[in-house]
Design a protein around this ligand. Structure first.
Ligand code: ZN
Ligand code: ZN
Length: 326
């Protein structure tokens, strides 16, 4: 049939307008809200709609699309950003948006040129990091996993737009972090407890008086445990292989093979040697050649069953007893 508007041939059934005429009548884009995108020149965080977001190479595209309101969801789109020369803290440009959409059975291609405005301004955390302001100090101490804990703290803080570390001091076995917000210190302590099984305590310290009010600073010390998952610890006279650490720690009792929960504060790391020894008997219970006396001895965890084909096994010598570790 022919287009009712211009008379051009239309090859699609149930269609009264050709694609050119459809384009005049229909559009997928209802409106575009002009706005200013803020970008922090120091860290790359960007802000529109009152919220700072972490650095992204798609920040401009994201804010353009956020301010478009579509009548019909486009089938696909292509967005090209052309920025002009930066003038002081401001930069202008345009976004060329090409969209393909389906409107009343017609495929419609459209192109829009949308104005762009960018202002470069420091984000809240960069602005405060430039000062030496702090409300509290977190002292992180660890004999192991210090690097992991350090990465964890920095990452957690980077997710927050209301907290910053204005100074970090490396000390023996740890770091001292100067935080801009004292209310954040119990929050990060709890996270360190959940993630690493750390324990800690806080003290408020009278710092000064201002306008007749006492100003306190919070000092907190957090210690990471000396052991981790897979380590063998002694806890309430039991020997445990650590299965999970954190607020609720669990371990496998080497004597019974059963798992139980334990308090990390009561556990101490065991120092022992691991040997790869020969199996001398599989039945009625597992025996191995003692790594020091070379006598055949039963393992202390006698519930352990090992495949008949196996000739050697890893054992630990703890308190004069041989413990199978497999
Ligand atoms: Zn037409
Ligand atoms: Zn910033």
């Amino acid at each position: 049939m022919r287009c009712i508007q211009c008379g051009k041939e239309v090859n699609k059934p149930k269609t009264v307008l050709c694609s050119d005429c459809t384009k005049d009548k229909y559009t997928c884009l209802k409106g575009y809200e002009e706005h200013t995108l803020l970008i922090c020149p120091d860290c790359g965080k960007y802000k529109y709609k009152k919220k700072w977001n972490n650095k992204s190479k798609n920040a401009i595209e994201e804010s353009v699309l956020h301010h478009c309101s579509f009548l019909v969801k486009p089938l696909n789109y292509n967005l090209k950003i052309n920025l002009g020369i930066k003038q002081g803290k401001k930069q202008k440009g345009e976004a060329i948006l090409k969209v393909k959409s389906k409107i009343e059975n017609q495929i419609v291609d459209e192109e829009f040129v949308l104005p762009l405005k960018i202002t470069y301004a420091q984000c809240d955390s960069c602005a405060i990091t430039k000062t030496d302001y702090f409300e509290g100090i977190l002292q992180l101490r660890a004999n192991r996993d210090l690097d992991k804990a350090q990465d964890f703290v920095l990452k957690e803080v980077s997710y927050r737009h209301d907290v910053a570390i204005t100074k970090t001091e490396k000390v023996k076995n740890g770091f001292d972090y100067y935080f801009t917000k004292q209310r954040y210190i119990p929050v990060i302590m709890k996270k360190l407890q959940e993630r690493f099984g750390a324990s800690g305590e806080t003290h408020a310290q009278l710092f000064s008086r201002k306008d007749g009010k006492d100003i306190y600073r919070v000092n907190a010390i957090v210690r990471l445990p000396d052991f981790s998952v897979g380590d063998i610890v002694k806890c309430n006279n039991k020997i445990l292989k650590v299965v999970k650490i954190g607020k609720h720690a669990t371990g496998c009792d080497l004597k019974t093979g059963k798992s139980l929960s334990f308090n990390m504060k009561d556990a101490e790391m065991l120092d022992f040697k691991v040997y790869n020894v020969e199996i001398s008997k599989h039945y009625p219970q597992l025996e191995v050649l003692h790594p020091e006396t070379y006598q055949s001895v039963a393992v202390a965890n006698n519930y352990v069953e090992i495949s008949k084909q196996k000739k050697k096994i890893k054992v630990a010598l703890i308190d004069c007893k041989i413990w199978a570790l497999e």
